[in-house]
Design a protein around this ligand. Sequence first.
Ligand code: RFL
Ligand code: PHB
Length: 396
Amino acid sequence: MKTQVAIIGSGPAGMMLAQLLARHGIESVVLERQTREHVLSRIRAGVLETTTVELLREIGVAERMEREGHAHDGVRLAFAGRESFFVDTVKTVGKRFVVYGQIEIQKDLYAAAEARGQLLIDRVEAVALHDFDAAPGRRPSVSYLRDGVRERIDCDFIAGCDGFHGVSRRAMPPGVGRKYEKVYPFGWLGVLARVPHLPDVTYVNHPRGFALASYRADRLSRYYIQVPLEDRVEDWPDERFWPELKARFPEDLAVRIVEGPSIEKSIAPLRSYVHEPMQYGRLFLCGDAAHIVPPTGAKGLNLAASDVAYLGRALVRHYRDGDDRALAAYSDTALRRVWSSVRTSWSLTNLLHRFPHFTPFDQKAQEVELDFLMRSPHALAALAEQYAGMPLEPLP
Ligand code: RFL
Ligand code: PHB
């Protein structure tokens, strides 16, 4: 089989890229390890930055998001024993964000792919990347097993959109580039429940640990609490979860939390990770395949979208204009936005969580920083600007 771009992974990065390329008449094949049912049931991100909303509009998959997504002017921060306050992203940087679940985006992208007859091969195993080093006379290809039969796709480019545990990043020759990594000493327990949600996406710093209120739809709440890394989901039956969640919220918000049976519960570890560069020869990494952020800044999906916006446009320039400057600059361009969001996510994680190793000095420094945020409109505006995310740069 032959195609122009072989895309590994049908998460948001892979599917947004396939959609963008198709809008410009560029052919791709998407390879996915999991089944469609699995991909369309993974509960993950929920908060979309302006750049992501704009990309979804540009590639023609924003219709349901515009109808069913909830636009917000900012987020709320709360600290034990003090009044909560609102970080207004519209007033400070003129940017709104939209609460719309990653599952819904995936459903919209799969529907659009089906409508245009996109070739998407699921349940692939043993995916391997070949000859992508751009040496003269060599053409990249991707091989895989499907139902025990080995298949091969020849292509011009490979887009590695296969997430943090995928094969694409590891296919780069040893010694190419470097990684930057930070592992945090706690995880997030996430709970989904069919109950009305709090009005704002609300982040809480409390001596018992971090907590977050978010949602997916009018009667579908998503809550998270910081838990020790060793904890298992079984350690957190609903009878333990709800009182713990409420104990971390300020009284005026805690009384508004509606309890109900959980319909999903999972624990995710927190990690920052960046692989540089994000390209090698004709292989380009997008999204979690190249970088991971702790979810505190709601940046992961939004970074996948900005990578796709840069790579998609660069590939369009290649095929339409024969101009490879943007492709050559992909990694450097994408990494500037990546590092900005990595820094924001790290800094918000430090500000909002209780770290087991904190000394009284560290604790005091965190409290003073929170005080400063509450008192200084400049500090608050800076935080709003970071939360809202950097605009995309023009391509070279
Ligand atoms: P994905 O979504 O992991 O998709 C990768 C796809 O590749 C497939 N795959 C392979 N396919 C073929 N061959 C192989 N060898 C393969 N190996 C893997 C996988 O099956 C999968 O289908 O990566 P992508 O597309 O880069 O998207 C990234 C986002 O999913 C991720 O960054 C966000 O979910 C992170 N995230 C959040 N991001 C936000 O922007 N806002 C949020 O509010 C937000 N909240 C979150 C989050 C992530 C969370 N978890 C569970 C880590 C909340 C949580 C709890
Ligand atoms: C979510 O709705 O799942 C969510 C919201 C904000 C975050 C992380 C996750 O920072």
